[in-house]
Design a protein around this ligand. Sequence first.
Ligand code: TXA
Ligand code: MG
Length: 317
Amino acid sequence: MNTEIGTDLNKALTLLQSGQTVGVPTETVYGLAADANNDDAILDIFKAKGRPTSNPLILHFASLTQALPYIDVFPEIFQKLASVFCPGPLTFIVPKSSLVSPLITGGQDTVAIRFPKHPTLQELLSALGRPLAAPSANLYGQLSPTTATHVLEQLTGRIPYILDGGACWEGLESTIIGLENERVLIYRHGGVTTEALAEVLGYSPAAKVHEHNGVLTSGMVKHHYATQTPLFLGFKPSHENQNALQITIGKNELITGPHLVLSQDAALTEAARNLYAALHEADAAQVLKIYVEPFPNNGLGLAMNDRLSRAAAKFAS
Ligand code: TXA
Ligand code: MG
């Protein structure tokens, strides 16, 4: 199959309507989308990514009104959070209605729903008039894409079309939340920070981001979001000068050899926007190792440390 990149929304729409998969831009990372009401198209998502079908997908909607038929209950506290953060990088786990195929939920009776902010995707969802199921548009376990070219690098020959909406401006996947015993819990750190949620909730939501009772979310899998080049958290030892690449949050005059800076001003939002692109670039730089300076453990730093520690876990001996 020939994979094309373009900005033709009608082409993307026609392909989706005919049951094909399309790479689509979101504000977080690119998604690999298919009509959520077409089981064959959903199966093609799993096939293209090499992802196990036990790993559930997020449903993307243009609005809460469009989502209501697909869910059983949308708790009041989620409505409050949605009114503040949506459309945007926040995903809600809620009881599903019978309209949602078990292929999307991995057989679970809950479904993940999200209202993306990217105008191109909003236009596509409105034109389609039905939800799109979409995981991140990468091969299973590998780096997430924040440009159409990143998608092409991993999925070329596997999907017909990538709708180019420019570089993703958040750069990190959505925050995933659920409700247990009347309390909001974070299942995956992401674009909406714990601190921002706490401000609305009046308490700091606990995080449940590690495996329990088997795999529930791929974000909980220990090895994930990985580069091909071995990746380590920290600073490279001086003897590895030219053979290893260092990524730092801000400028650092002490680093010698290959070096990428995520944000000249060491600003976390800019670092988050650039993180995956820097990892893609580092992976292509033909070095033996990649070292990444750890982020402060708050705000967006929590989500970035989470992704990096799962990537590094793959190479820990
Ligand atoms: O920002 C994002 O969320 C991006 C863009 C494309 O929207 N999507 C994304 O999808 O990151 P994916 O499939 O790479 O990660 C979604 C996570 C997975 O870890 C999946 O296991 C979890 O959401 N998930 C989906 N449905 C779930 C459910 N019913 N219960 C618990 N976790 C669920
Ligand atoms: Mg993913």
